[in-house]
Design a protein around this ligand. Sequence first.
Ligand SMILES: [Zn+2]
Length: 130
Amino acid sequence: MEGTISLFGFPSTSARIEVLPRSTAWRGLRASAFFGGGLLLAPAVGLVPPHAPWVVAVLGIGGFLGLRKWKERFTILSFQGVCPKCGGALSLNPGTPLRPVMTVPCDGCNHESRLTTPIPWNGPGGESPR
Ligand SMILES: [Zn+2]
């Protein structure tokens, strides 16, 4: 897939991205694992003084991670891009969740470029491509 890397004041460059689409089942499973883990862990950590903060923290973290998994519709497998400003190679770690608009830091000039992809991000689930 082709992405666009843009930085204000500089001509945009294109990026080659390989992504792995995540199915609803995959995301649901991971998300509920985090939610469920939080729910299972909460009573256990609630035994430890000062009780309530642990429960809130565990539920919060489980919910946060679960929600993040649910939103991970594509996972980046490989990324090749060029910085619009200095022409240096940009990289993203494999396994990074792809987001509609994300920033890619440049090691060369320390500018953060915007990466946009042609994926139709419609709605939170996105099961019905228009
Ligand atoms: Zn740069």
